[in-house]
Design a protein around this ligand. Structure first.
Ligand code: NAD
Length: 448
């Protein structure tokens, strides 16, 4: 099938590249010329394991093209994905200006025939009808308006950064919302190779479940999924804080409750709280949507509040261990919001850097990706070191902020010899506390 993906960020580029890889003819559109140049040369502008291979293979097969020309993309595609960002506005609502601009351009660019316009961006409930309206606005004045037909479909994305290619080929489910059988039929056809698990790691699994529903429910599914996951993390963080006070170990507690099939073990890791580009903005957008309809979401507000407090917990633990932080040097292990991504949006490390520097501490950081890339220049209030020895040198405490695998194999004995004080705060409960204590560290976890 002929596909156009507009917006080539973490979602759009992975979606476009994977659809090309399974055999569709894809045109990816972005208004960032630098990105388009890079992608044309077979490189990925984002760090996502496996993505460069998928892009270069699809280019080699002639299955994918990149352009800044949205009209060319719209002309090409039978299915048009909108995959631009929907960040939070300062008041917490979704900033829909990128979706609006794209929907209007689609309307202006549509030529005769039938198209399916797919909202892949996470958009507030009701946006499907709103996108339809903007596309129609864009079409106003066209002479051949009777020959243009389209339907809007909601197809929310559930990929996880860091394993986005894997998730696209091995999804837990595919959700499509629309009132049009014709559009739903095309979406089924589009995803058939993925539904059949032709590119999955385990090809013997039954087909991927497809949830076919109405537009509003599909949009709600995305928000409800992220709100639930964020709440699960805030819940276990609250349990961790009680564990800290009563002398229980939250890792044991999480294991004990996670084995209950009604609860499940995923997203039960206590730590510094959730971050990233999605949870904060999506929970906040859901809170505001509910308010628009006269409902106050008490659980979701508490989920956000617990997360805010959790980010300050590390500072409290540092104060307990070191007392005055003014003039102290704190080293951060990891900066990205999670491992295997270069995404720094709403990363807990940024809150920590702000809080610590406000309290007069000198903050240094090492991150496997940020330290080695151009990104390292872009931060204030933190010295981004290029290696672990420079990070450890003179530190009064080190805080593990991101659970990168390579932090499990650091030479912690050597690190200790470089530090001014042997304090390590494990803000992800990721390290072997007993082994570190045996080396002479004062090890402090979360809820342990
Ligand atoms: P992103 O910021 O990484 O990418 C957006 C891309 O759109 C950028 O490359 C930008 O240049 C491009 N763009 C903006 N305006 C444009 C225009 N007018 N024409 C062409 N291109 C334009 O965003 P993302 O992280 O990929 O997220 C996209 C959407 O998917 C958001 O709504 C997000 O909530 C949702 N989502 C994200 C994730 C994730 O893990 N990142 C997961 C699921 C859903």
């Amino acid at each position: 099938m002929r596909v156009c993906v507009i917006g080539t960020g973490y979602v759009g580029l992975v979606t476009g590249a994977c659809l090309a890889y399974v055999g569709h003819d894809v045109v990816c559109v972005d208004n960032n010329e630098e990105k388009v140049k890079l992608m044309r040369s077979g490189q990925s502008p984002i760090h996502e394991p496996g993505l460069p291979k998928i892009i270069s293979e699809s280019i080699r097969q002639g299955k994918i093209e990149f352009t800044t020309d949205i009209a060319a993309g719209v002309n090409h595609g039978e299915v048009l994905f909108i995959a631009v960002g929907t960040p939070s506005l300062p008041d917490g609502r979704s900033d829909m200006r990128y979706v609006e601009a794209v929907a209007r351009s689609i309307g202006e660019s549509l030529t005769e025939g039938y198209r399916v316009i797919v909202n892949k961006s996470t958009v507030p409930i009701g946006s499907g009808d709103w996108v339809r309206m903007i596309v129609l606005d864009g079409m106003a004045g066209k002479k051949n308006i009777d020959q243009i037909q389209f339907d809007v479909v909601s197809n929310p994305e559930f990929l996880r950064e860091g394993v986005a290619v894997y998730d696209t080929f091995n999804p837990d489910r595919i959700v499509v919302g629309s009132g049009s059988d014709r559009a739903l039929q095309l979406m089924q056809e589009l995803y058939q190779p993925i539904i059949d698990r032709s590119f999955a790691e385990d090809k013997t699994l039954p087909p991927v479940p497809v949830v076919v529903t109405d537009l509003n429910s599909a949009e709600m599914i995305k928000y409800a999924a992220n709100a639930f996951l964020a709440t699960k993390i805030s819940f276990v963080n609250e349990i961790a804080n009680i564990c800290d006070r009563v002398g229980a170990d939250v890792k044991e507690v999480a294991k004990g409750i996670g084995l209950d099939s009604r609860i499940g073990s995923k997203f039960l890791q206590a730590g510094i709280g959730w971050g990233g580009s999605c949870f904060g903005k999506d929970v906040s957008a859901l809170i505001y949507t509910a308010e628009d309809y006269g409902y106050s979401t008490e659980i979701l507000k508490a989920c956000v509040r617990v997360n805010e407090l959790q980010r300050t917990l590390v500072v409290e633990k540092l104060q307990q261990a070191l007392k005055i932080l003014k003039g102290k040097t704190i080293g951060l292990l990891g900066m990205t919001f999670k491992p295997d991504t270069d995404d720094m949006r709403d990363a807990p490390s940024l809150t920590l850097i702000d809080q610590l520097s406000r309290l007069g501490a000198r903050v240094k950081a090492y991150d496997p990706l940020v330290s080695q890339s151009g990104l390292r220049q872009g931060f204030s209030n933190v010295i981004v070191e290029t290696d672990l020895e420079r990070l450890a040198d003179g530190c009064d405490a080190v805080v593990l902020v991101t659970d990168w695998q390579e932090f499990l194999t650091i030479d912690y004995a050597k690190m200790l010899t470089l530090m001014a004080h042997p304090v390590i705060i494990d803000a992800r409960n990721f390290l072997d506390g007993k082994a570190l204590e045996a080396l002479g560290y004062k090890y402090i976890g979360i809820g342990r």
